[in-house]
Design a protein around this ligand. Structure first.
Ligand SMILES: Nc1ncnc2c1ncn2[C@@H]1O[C@H](COP(=O)(O)OP(=O)(O)OP(=O)(O)O)[C@@H](O)[C@H]1O
Ligand SMILES: [Mg+2]
Length: 318
């Protein structure tokens, strides 16, 4: 595990934005910057952190952690479902096959939890008993396991994500029924594989978000997979006791930062609180720990200025 001092020393050595001329057109997402090359996309995972659909700042090593966890899972689940990964030329970079993205995000949930407006627990507390077409029984408690995983899609390309059911998505002309069902089946297969592997590592894969794209007529999983940004992870060994006591779960995901923001009165609207160094360091520690627990490998922090290193890797790709 990387020491706190080492993380502190990297507080300013972060990849917050990229501008690599010669790589083609840049498209900036909240966390990743993409450059398009004929049929391929250079996906650079920066150290930016987003929550509540806003960019909040940077966390040291976060880009490397996310890219390497995604690469791990793409490799691990390749037999379960096709994905977009082609190569990983740098810890922060993945070359992927360019896909046509479906206009929904597919979230699979095994538990009722979460503080954001699209989360199951937030909605349940507001009285919602049907989440995206999934009936929810009375009497559920925060962090309770569902009888079986449910799919709760959200819309993309809107200012804030919005929960939507299969039938609403079809009615709004976002997707056809056959494509939805094929994508849903793919997501449940991937989630099942994720839950099993996580369990073998002493972790609960609580919920996760998939982006599905189409490539030569085939549906493939794109963007990221089972990362601490797109998923919640809890520790298995303390789950039951904490749940029974009504206490918060021990988490490995970015809920830590979300909850700090909520404690500052921020839920996505208005000015963004500046992340203090201590929060950034603790978040980095958790991301690195997530890498080590999920993959079973020791995290190898890369030395030296990150921007130069990524630029050199990209010069070899272009
Ligand atoms: N294989 C792929 N083909 C085409 N687009 C992809 C592929 N993989 C990822 N993307 C897109 O690249 C972008 C990655 O950026 P990032 O993950 O930061 O975006 P985001 O945080 O999801 O937010 P937004 O896309 O709303 O800006 C996303 O828009 C994602 O849909
Ligand atoms: Mg994304």
């Amino acid at each position: 595990m990387v020491s706190e001092a080492r993380i502190r020393a990297e507080l300013d050595n972060v990849l917050d934005a990229t501008d690599f001329p010669g790589l083609g057109k840049r498209i900036s997402g909240k966390v990743r910057d993409s450059y398009l090359l004929d049929g391929r996309r250079v996906l650079i995972t920066t150290d930016r952190i987003s929550a509540f659909d806003r960019i909040l700042g940077t966390i040291p090593f976060k880009g490397q952690v996310l890219n390497q966890i995604a690469a791990f899972w793409f490799q691990k689940t390749a037999a379960v479902g096709a994905n977009h990964m082609l190569a990983v030329p740098d810890p922060n970079v993945m070359i992927v096959a360019e896909c046509e993205q479906l206009p929904l995000e597919f979230i699979v949930r095994g538990y009722v939890t979460g503080v954001t407006k699209t989360s199951a627990w937030y909605n349940y507390q507001q009285g919602v008993r049907n989440l995206c077409g999934n009936p929810l029984p009375e009497g559920l408690r925060k962090d309770q396991q569902l009888a079986q995983p449910i799919l709760t899609p959200t819309t993309k390309h809107e200012e804030h994500d919005r929960n939507i059911s299969r039938d609403e998505a079809i009615r709004e002309g976002l997707i056809d029924g056959a494509t939805f069902d094929e994508a849903a089946a793919l997501c449940f297969r991937l989630f099942d594989a994720g839950v099993r592997h996580a369990a073998a590592r002493g972790l609960i894969l609580v919920d996760t978000k998939y982006e599905i794209g189409r490539r030569h007529g085939q549906l493939v999983v794109s963007d990221e997979i089972h990362t601490p940004d797109s998923s919640r992870y809890w520790y298995t060994d303390t789950y039951a006791e904490l749940f029974q006591q009504g206490k918060d779960q021990r988490k490995l995901d970015k809920e830590y930062v979300r909850e700090w923001l909520v404690s500052q009165g921020f839920r996505g609207d208005g000015p963004i609180p500046v992340l203090p160094d201590e929060i950034r360091i603790e978040a980095a520690r958790r991301y690195i720990q997530a890498y080590e627990l999920v993959t079973g490998l020791e995290f190898q922090p890369v030395e030296g200025p990150i921007r130069d290193r990524v630029r050199q890797a990209l010069a070899r790709v272009a």
